[in-house]
Structures are given as structure tokens and as C-alpha cells.
Ligand binder design. Structure first.
Ligand SMILES: [Zn+2]
Ligand SMILES: [Zn+2]
Length: 461
């Protein structure tokens, strides 16, 4: 049986991460995600059968989950429904984050009117509104998926058929792991999403020195950018602080739409850090939407989020915004209609004293991206929550990401010195500026074979 890597989602794209691995006779799946903003939600499981790699998902010997974001775990209920005996390996925080997200659409469809102003709790969070269409998210399937998780601890190897599997911390978000698979015929390191610098919520990735790696499968989300997330992090934070200071000085309110899991907690801690170190004068930071529950999971895992300046948003904050001179961090990150962040934005955008600061990736089609485009021309009307809202507030974007840039990827390659490197979870079509594929080829071509993963195309080793 040949050893191979076969991406069925998340190859040349960000979304639906799902990679089939055949190694030393073992058949494994790395991640089991969905596409968040696409008509074709699922990885192409059928291509595994078409290529005669499997007769059914029940033939898998294990599913290894890097972390709890839906683009890495969203199709797990479907997979487990088809393959109930296959063990799923993940860290405990990954399991909890997965459970929170997979249960979300069910909660969202349970009666409560998410559009009602003031309904600032979980049912109103539309970050996952797209997934109401995902029929497989039913309570039984979700529970089965959660129950099939075998918790792994970092740095503790387990035997899996003819292989040995070890998870290492990947940075990124709570519980995120790099997956290391050893076998007699070669070793694989899969990075998942990773961060090469310490965040306030989680430290940077941590693998042992001299790890023997034959095949490195690495994310490349920001493989076309250099320095934006490592060297310039302090500078970006400083700009961010200045803008917040100015808005609060003028008596305004700052809204930061942020992804519920990871980004919201990190931004909250960055703000509190800026207050604690005297860079910003004290103000209240409220967290709203699904991000609130995600904060509870962080707290349960020893990451202190709430306390002092930082609290869950009170229930009727949205009706008392005129009197609030502080910062609200709310999901969804892309300002999807009727989400907590969109409801705040609707109230805050007409007043020039206020500000809306985005903090990361905005989908082409998202309201957040449209608002960003309007920001230069004040007074324009912006369609949000099925209303037209005049935009007078200050709108800006800051790059405070939890993904590595190209230098972080290159230094990992340098460090583990694999025979092959495979880029996944990125857009290789970006040809502007830095290109991590070309750069890897240029720096290491004589020593390392470089591949860009393409969904449906196997890579043998
Ligand atoms: Zn992620
Ligand atoms: Zn991802």
C-alpha cells in the first residue's frame, strides 16, 4: 500500500480542511471541516471512493483534529454518523470549542427571535447563520461526534495501528495542536493553524528540537505576507491603541466585530494589557454574542479573561449606548446581519464620535467588507440588518491575526528540515509580494520537494 497525502478539502483554499493520509498501512483523516461561505459546504468524501482509497469512512483507523474552528471540525458529525466506531483524537479544549459551535445552529433555530434589539445572548449570534442549512447538525449526530472524541494531551504519544501519534501546542487558539505521526516508513508533521509568536491568550507553537520530519504539511493562510504578524505586531497594536484613545476621548463607543473563538479573547486581553500598562486610560470592555460562551471555555481552561475592566455585556446595553464610553467586542467578526455585532453597528454607525474597528479576515461578500469599502466616503448609507444606515462613524481595520506569516512558515521549514513540504489552507493564486511557495523553492530547492496541495490530487511519498 502506497503512502500518500490526499486533500479532499482545504487544499488550495481556506475552508473544509480535510486530508486523507495513508501511512505504513494506516488510513487516517486529518481534520474534518466545512466551508463557511460557499454553496458546497463539505469536503469531497466521494473522491476517496472514486480513487479506490476507501470503500467507506468506516475503514478509517482514526480522525485527528488540529483545533476547534469549524473549517477544521464542521463535518465531523457527518463523518461519525457514517463511521461511528472510528476514534476521533483531539485535545479537551478542542472538543469543548467544537461542541459550542456545532450546537450553535440548533440553538439559533430554537424559537428566540435573534433580530430583537436587546436579545444580546447566544441565540442572536448569526456568525453561524449559514449553517442553519446544514441538516447534519442535528443534536444526535453532534452528540455522537462529541462522544467519539478520545482526549489527547500534548507531548503524550499514543499508538494508532502501525503509527504513533503525538500532539504538540500550535498557538493559534485554545487547544490548537500540531499533529505528529511517526511510522517505520516515515514521519509526518501537520501544523493545523499555527502562530509563531506568543499571544496573550496562548503561547506560540512548541515542538521538540530535532523532531524527525519527512513530510511537513503546513498552513499558508498568510503565506503571501511578510512581517505583518510578527515584527510589526507591536506597531499595529500601537496604532490600534491610538485610534481607540481618540474615539473614547471624544466620548464615543468603539465596536470591534470579532470572531467568537480566539480573536475576541485575544483582543480583549490586548485592550486590558494596554490599560494595565498605562498606555490607555481605564475604560470598560464588554464582550457580547457567542464570544461570551467561548470566553467561559477559555476561563475553564485556566486563561483568565473576565475581571477588572472586562465583563459580559449587560442585557440592555444596546438601548443605553449613548451613555457608554468604552469598547464592545462582539461576534460576528464579519458583521453578518442580525448578529450581536451587526445590531450594535446599526446603532453606532450614524454617530461620528463612534468607531468600528475590524480586526481580521473579511469575506468578499460579507457586510464587514462592504462597510470597509464605504469607510472613505462619509455619510454613505450602508445596508445592514435589512435597513439602510448612514455611516458617519470612523471605520478601520487592524491586522491582529493568530496565523503565521511567510517568515514563520519558512523558519518552521528550516527548523524541521523535511524532505517534502506541502502547503495547504491558503490561496496560492496570490502572486503579489511575498509568495511562500516560491520562496521555499528558492531557499531550499536542492534539499526539499515543494508542493502546493490541490483538492483531489494525491501526493505520494
Ligand atoms: Zn483556525
Ligand atoms: Zn483554519
Amino acid at each position: 500500500m502506497q503512502n500518500l497525502f490526499f486533500p479532499i478539502g482545504g487544499g488550495n483554499e481556506i475552508g473544509a480542511s480535510c486530508y486523507f493520509i495513508q501511512l505504513n498501512g494506516a488510513k487516517l483523516l486529518l481534520d474534518s471541516g466545512i466551508r463557511l461561505h460557499s454553496d458546497s459546504t463539505y469536503p469531497r468524501f466521494d473522491s476517496l471512493y472514486a480513487e479506490n482509497l476507501l470503500d467507506g469512512l468506516w475503514e478509517l483507523e482514526g480522525i485527528l483534529l488540529s483545533h476547534g474552528h469549524l473549517d477544521h471540525v464542521g463535518s465531523l458529525p457527518t463523518v461519525v454518523a457514517e463511521a461511528p466506531e472510528v476514534p476521533v483524537y483531539a485535545t479537551l479544549p478542542t472538543r469543548d470549542i467544537m461542541e459550542l459551535q456545532l450546537n450553535q445552529p440548533l440553538r439559533a433555530t430554537k424559537g428566540a427571535n435573534p433580530c430583537k434589539a436587546g436579545a444580546n445572548t447566544i441565540p442572536g449570534d448569526a456568525e453561524l447563520v449559514d449553517f442553519r442549512e446544514v441538516k447534519q447538525f442535528n443534536a444526535v449526530r453532534v452528540q455522537r461526534a462529541i462522544d467519539s472524541v478520545v482526549p489527547l494531551r500534548w507531548h503524550h504519544p499514543i499508538a494508532l495501528q502501525t503509527c504513533q501519534v503525538t500532539f504538540f501546542p500550535a498557538g493559534h487558539i485554545l487547544g490548537a495542536s500540531m499533529v505528529y505521526i511517526e511510522s517505520e516508513v516515515g514521519n509526518i508533521l501537520f501544523t493545523g493553524d499555527f502562530t509563531p509568536f506568543d499571544q496573550l491568550t496562548v503561547p506560540k507553537y512548541d515542538i521538540p528540537d530535532n523532531l524527525a520530519v519527512d513530510v511537513l504539511i503546513t498552513e499558508s493562510t498568510y503565506g503571501y505576507q511578510e512581517g505583518a504578524y510578527t515584527g510589526d505586531v507591536d506597531e499595529e497594536r500601537e496604532n490600534f491603541a491610538q485610534k481607540i484613545d481618540r474615539c473614547l476621548d471624544e466620548g464615543g463607543t468603539v465596536l470591534i466585530p470579532a470572531f467568537a473563538i480566539g480573536r475576541s479573547q485575544e483582543l480583549a486581553l490586548i485592550l486590558r494589557h494596554l490599560i494595565r500598562t498605562g498606555r490607555l486610560r481605564p475604560f470598560t470592555i464588554y464582550i457580547d454574542g457567542l464570544a461570551q460562551v467561548a470566553c467561559d471555555i477559555y476561563e475553564e481552561n485556566g486563561v483568565r479573561v473576565f475581571g477588572h475592566e472586562l465583563e459580559k455585556a449587560p442585557r440592555h446595553l444596546i438601548d443605553a449606548l449613548d451613555a457608554f464610553n468604552g469598547v464592545i467586542i462582539a461576534s460576528s467578526g464579519m458583521l453578518l446581519d442580525n448578529s450581536a455585532s451587526a445590531r450594535y453597528a446599526e446603532k453606532l454607525l450614524p454617530d461620528p464620535r463612534n468607531a468600528v474597528f475590524f480586526s481580521g479576515y473579511l469575506d468578499e461578500e460579507s457586510p464587514g467588507r462592504r462597510l470597509e469599502g464605504l469607510a472613505m466616503s462619509k455619510g454613505q448609507r450602508f445596508r445592514l440588518n435589512e435597513r439602510k444606515v448612514p455611516v458617519h462613524a470612523n471605520v478601520d481595520t487592524y491586522r491582529l491575526s493568530a496565523h503565521t506569516d511567510s517568515e514563520g512558515i519558512l523558519s518552521l521549514i528550516e527548523r524541521v528540515a523535511p524532505k517534502k513540504v506541502i502547503f495547504v489552507h491558503g490561496y496560492p493564486q496570490y502572486r503579489t509580494g511575498v509568495n511562500v511557495y516560491n520562496e521555499t523553492y528558492r531557499r531550499f530547492q536542492s534539499r526539499i520537494e515543494v508542493y502546493q496541495a490541490n483538492n483531489g490530487t494525491p501526493i505520494y511519498f
